[in-house]
Design a protein around this ligand. Structure first.
Ligand code: S3P
Length: 431
């Protein structure tokens, strides 16, 4: 994809449905009784991989552009798949599904693409094994392919070292099949879509902040009666992030992004942009299924550096590539720390952000748990390697809109993972 420097992005857009919520709707609908109807489902490769996995386990799922219909068969209704389940590029599919599969009476295996099969799965293998699961890394390297054999699960109280919604959700889903209560304490509350949505399906889930006001414990009771739901998926704030940044960076812009999910466990990007001087207005606040949405009005703004650390990190972890680009165009220093989780995303995003920002002339120093960026106000176009990471491709496409000369994004089709219509929406704003 070739991106030219531009001015005056104007218009009203919507972004596709939230990726995390779309995955969960298919998973929870499949193990509930009756029909689950999902509207504004994200038709990205990751979520389509989740649909495919459940279809391979005998769940009838119809997918028209307007809605997804899932004919759930209840907690015990999944069937042994004929072959390994292919989770593609999707960490959420792999880790959450591991929790569900640990509780089944059949053997199964999970495998994905090269990126997925090199990401750490020990973080779910360890707690699921403590629950009694028989789950192994086939190559004994702590990564997928994973082999999961039937076994009896029991509830545990797991204290996770990482604030990871994928880990928390995997354990809670296994907890549906355990004898006794399952609890997960995490150092900082991570995205809570599982807790909110599973409650809607009828599970007995609780979530409390600990007395320190930072760490949080979620708990779940086994074998609830789950019933099909109507789920309206809010627009994905992680996808909106690219157009928030475009609106702030590109001169003379004004973009209205409608129906964006702003769950507090996800909305750190907005606070950071406002802290950097970004002009963002909330309009039309609504709530559905416990998930709040707003329309975001974004206008071009002079930005300055900031410090991003501590508890806010889990609420914006996927947006850090985009924030790093904003920081490079801002005045002054931006420090990002406590974000070592970046190293185990679709790529090592400390490295892939640094390589590409340097190629565009930015002053960036990668660190063990983040990066330091000296804003220079301008960048120049470059050949950008996406490394097949959707968020790298999109963040640097936005950088290209504000950089001098021309930017080329290599293997830009990887945006299909979470945002197949990304370049179409970008074009729409340039007309
Ligand atoms: C996700 C959780 C986050 C996030 C990922 C989606 C989820 O990962 O980065 O894109 O849907 O639960 P971690 O749980 O590994 O932090």
């Amino acid at each position: 994809m070739i991106i030219q420097k531009t001015t005056g992005l104007k218009g009203t857009i919507t972004v596709p449905g939230d990726k995390s919520i779309s995955h969960r709707a298919v998973m929870f609908g499949s193990i509930s009784d009756g029909i689950t109807e999902v509207t504004n489902f994200l038709q990205g490769a990751d979520c389509l991989a989740t649909i495919d996995c459940f279809q391979k386990m005998g769940i009838e799922i119809t997918n028209t552009k307007e809605r997804i219909l899932i004919h759930g068969k209840g907690l015990q209704g999944l069937q042994k798949p004929a072959s390994a389940l292919d989770t593609g590029n999707s960490g959420t599919t792999t880790r959450l599904l591991s929790g569900i599969l640990a509780g089944q009476s059949f053997e199964s295996s999970l495998s994905g693409d090269d990126s997925l099969n090199s990401r750490p799965m020990g973080r779910v293998i360890t707690p699921l094994s403590l629950m009694g699961a028989d789950i192994t890394s086939v190559r004994e390297n702590g990564c997928a392919p994973l082999l999961i054999r039937p076994s009896k699960l029991h509830g545990i109280h797991y204290r996770s070292k990482v604030a990871s919604a994928q880990v928390k959700s995997s354990i809670l889903l296994a907890g549906l099949y355990a004898d006794g209560i399952t609890k997960v304490t995490e150092p900082v509350l991570s995205r809570n879509h599982t807790e909110l949505m599973l409650k809607g399906f009828g599970a007995k889930v609780t979530s409390v902040l600990e007395t320190d006001g930072i760490s949080a414990t979620a708990s779940i009771a086994p074998f609830p009666k789950l019933e099909g739901q109507k789920i309206i998926v809010p627009g994905d704030i992680s996808s909106a992030a690219y157009f928030i940044a475009a609106g702030l960076l590109v001169p003379n812009s004004e973009i209205l992004i409608q129906n964006v999910g702003i769950n507090a466990t996800r909305a750190g990007i907005i606070k950071v942009c406002q802290d950097m001087g970004g002009d963002i207005t909330f309009l039309n606040k609504k709530t559905a299924g416990g998930e709040p949405t707003v329309d975001l009005l974004v206008r071009t703004s002079p930005l300055h550096g900031t410090i991003i650390e501590g508890n806010i990190i889990p609420t914006l972890i996927d947006e850090i590539p985009m924030i790093a680009v904003l920081a490079a165009f801002a005045e002054g220093t931006t420090i990002i720390k406590d974000a070592a989780e970046l190293k185990v995303k679709e790529t090592d995003r400390i490295e892939t952000v640094a390589v590409n920002l340097k190629a565009m002339g930015a002053d960036i120093t990668p660190t063990e748990d983040g990066m330091i960026i000296e804003g220079t106000g301008t960048l120049h176009g470059a050949k950008i390697q996406s490394f097949l990471d959707h968020r790298i491709a999109m963040a640097f496409s936005i950088a290209g809109l504000a950089a001098e000369r021309e930017t080329e994004i290599l293997e830009s089709q990887c945006v299909d993972v979470s945002y197949p219509t990304f370049y179409k929406t970008l074009n729409q704003l340039q007309k």
